[in-house]
Design a protein around this ligand. Structure first.
Ligand SMILES: [Mg+2]
Length: 247
């Protein structure tokens, strides 16, 4: 059963693969007008307690959802923006790490490098055959990454470098302490391995979660597709959130 959304809910939502269908490249995804309206409406009803939790940069999130600009966690926690607009940013990655990623992007055809300053992502959706090469390269530079305290993550057709300790889970904990999220019942939805960091901390927050496409440990509901998530949100916006206290 899908946990209910009440006026006392803090809603944290992953974007790609949860709200939006994955596209061939990250900048080709589209936000349906109906979804945008629903999110604006729900955020309003929750008094701003709706936040995106994404691997995208805040800049990329804002571009997608303009003019809607809610609280958001970008770059898997490398950027945290409160509802007041204040952004906490993690320091940029070193040149040594950056060079590994730019080198690969230059030499392996079909790769797309996404530079989020505090994180780097190599997308290989257009070149799935590049995966073994990329994995070998990560292996080869494992010492460098270790010395630089960099964590390498393997997502859906993407390899990402990010500082240790920066993840969606710790970012949700930080944002959940801020107004207007503090004191509310956390509800999180995600679809990918990086979302597991949030599912891991949900019990600590007394929060609940849903996943998309597959079951995650701790998920109380599984939506088959992002489309089903959108339909749920559109219905929620139409019906209005439940009175506070409804669980
Ligand atoms: Mg996702």
């Amino acid at each position: 059963m899908m946990p209910p959304v009440s006026m006392n809910t803090a809603l944290f939502l992953d974007i790609d693969g949860t709200l939006l269908d994955l596209a061939r490249t990250p900048d080709r995804v589209k936000v349906p007008a109906e979804l945008l309206r629903a999110l604006e409406r729900i955020a309003h009803e929750l008094q701003g307690a709706l936040a995106f939790v994404s691997g995208r940069s805040l800049e990329s999130i804002d571009k997608l959802f303009a003019p809607f600009k809610p609280a958001a966690i970008g770059a898997h926690g490398g950027e945290i923006r409160g509802l007041d607009g204040a952004v906490a940013r993690t320091a940029p990655l070193s040149d040594a790490v950056r060079n590994v990623f730019t080198g690969l992007a230059e030499h392996v055809p079909g790769l797309l490098l996404e530079d989020k300053a505090c994180a780097l992502a190599l997308h290989y959706r257009l070149a799935p055959e590049a995966r073994p090469v990329l994995e070998a390269a990560m292996e080869k530079h494992a010492r460098l990454f270790e010395a630089e305290k960099i964590h390498i993550l393997h997502g859906k057709a993407v390899i990402e470098a990010r500082p240790l300790g920066i993840d969606k889970g710790s970012a949700v904990i930080k944002l959940a302490r801020q107004k207007p999220f503090a004191g509310r019942a956390v509800l999180f939805g995600g679809d990918d391995t990086t979302d597991l960091d949030v599912f891991r901390i949900l019990p600590k927050l007394g929060g609940r979660g849903f996943s998309v496409g597959k079951h995650f440990p701790g998920a109380e509901h599984v939506f088959d597709t992002p489309r089903a998530v959108r339909q749920w949100l559109v219905r929620l916006a139409k019906d209005g959130v439940a009175e506070a206290g409804a669980r």
